[in-house]
Write a protein that binds this ligand. Structure first.
Ligand code: ATP
Ligand code: MG
Length: 365
């Protein structure tokens, strides 16, 4: 899929801007703090209805304005689709094909993006929360069902934690409600866990091959989904096993006022040649692992959606050495529309620059 044009109104440091893009590589060049990342972020928001870096939506609205609007036109295998996202203090309004989408979970997935930003290097080394977020965003892009299950799960988790606190304060209280919540919790926890196992094994298959290509067959990558629930072959078996576990752990969960088992406690681990990357990996190995994951994601989205996603590279190209840069560029060549930000064209392969459309970003213009 390709983003043909983008129109921003009162978004970050952009008052009004309309840009039309090249089907292959688009390079956004500019000094620091001019609005390069803001542009990539706008494309990301148009796809996922939220920013990858803002804590609050209102940060996206230009300081003196009361709303921000991102509009774009996506060309995909069935034609052209206008998309828009409006952000105001009242919330977000998303439209696909000019039709307002009742729920954001319905909207997400029309446009697929893969973002690779400097902070993605934390994917391997950072907290488990970063890896869970990665999993949720990536599955969410390709599965509306997953997004729905996830939002149900989060709602139930919140209710359950609330009840655990109440029962801790009042140990003689009625536990029937907790039992009901545990039942619903088990159902969604099992769904999310099964889907995550499946996703990670698909992703691993692709990432391993890519990683071995980048390292010239010297390194064998392994990715493991570490679940706090026991492994079961079927959804029903996992739901049942989870419910049993929660019933047995009721006293403990009340005592700690926390839900101790479920996908919100899970993690991913990476190893290279059998050695844990999180603990022992060099910076280069962590970087290669993160890059392999992102490239694998591109392939996986293509497999699931039937079309390549749009790739957003924020300041990473010049940070990769020649081998990694070549690998990245050969993966995307002619198939993946790419947006690259950089402060200078030095350090980016000449061939890429020659074929690219260049945009000079200067104080939001
Ligand atoms: P770098 O090369 O340092 O990464 P950049 O070109 O990627 O720079 P951006 O992060 O895109 O920079 O833009 C940052 C600029 O946008 C800052 O000057 C910041 O003050 C401005 N900015 C951020 N949010 C808003 C907002 N809501 N309204 C107006 N300006 C904003
Ligand atoms: Mg930037």
């Amino acid at each position: 899929m390709k983003l043909k044009f983008l129109k921003l109104t009162q978004y970050r440091n952009y008052e009004h801007i309309t840009l039309s893009f090249h089907d292959e590589v688009n390079v956004l060049i500019g000094a620091n703090a001019q609005g390069k990342t803001n542009l990539l972020e706008a494309i990301y928001c148009l796809a996922l209805a939220k920013s990858h870096r803002a804590n609050h939506d209102k940060e996206l609205i230009k300081w003196d304005a009361d709303f921000a609007l991102i509009e774009g036109e996506l060309e995909y295998k069935y034609g052209v689709m206008p998309l828009s996202l409006q952000i105001s203090s009242k919330g977000k309004k998303a439209k696909a094909n000019h039709l307002e989408q009742g729920k954001l979970t319905q909207y997400i997935g029309h446009m697929n993006v893969v973002l690779f930003a400097p902070e993605d290097l934390n994917l391997v080394k950072g907290s488990p929360q970063i890896r869970r977020r990665f999993i949720d965003i990536e599955i969410g892009q390709i599965s509306a069902v997953y997004l729905n299950d996830l939002s149900n799960f989060q709602r139930i988790l919140k209710q359950k934690n609330h009840y655990l606190k109440q029962l801790r304060l009042n140990p003689q209280g009625d536990r029937t409600m907790l039992e009901v919540l545990n039942q619903q919790f088990s159902e969604f926890a099992a769904k999310l866990t099964m889907r995550r196992h499946q996703f990670i094994s698909q992703l691993e298959e692709k990432a391993v091959e890519i990683h071995s290509g980048i390292t010239k067959n010297e390194e064998v990558l392994n990715i493991h989904y570490q679940s706090s629930l026991q492994r079961e072959d079927t959804l029903d078996a996992l739901t049942e096993a989870t419910y049993l576990r929660l019933s047995e752990s009721m006293d403990k969960e009340i005592e700690r006022m926390a839900s101790l088992y479920g996908p919100h406690r899970d993690d991913l681990t990476f190893s290279i040649n059998g050695i844990d990357v999180q603990t022992y990996g060099s910076q280069g190995q962590q970087r290669t692992t993160a890059l392999s994951l992102k490239l694998a994601e591109i392939e996986l989205i293509n497999e699931e959606v039937g079309e390549y996603p749009i790739l957003l590279l924020d300041d990473v190209l010049s940070e990769l050495d020649d081998t990694r840069q070549t690998h990245l560029l050969s993966t995307i060549q002619h198939k993946v529309q790419t947006f690259v930000t950089t402060t200078s064209v030095e350090g980016i392969e000449h061939e890429t620059i020659d074929q690219a459309k260049l945009f000079y970003v200067d104080h939001g213009h």
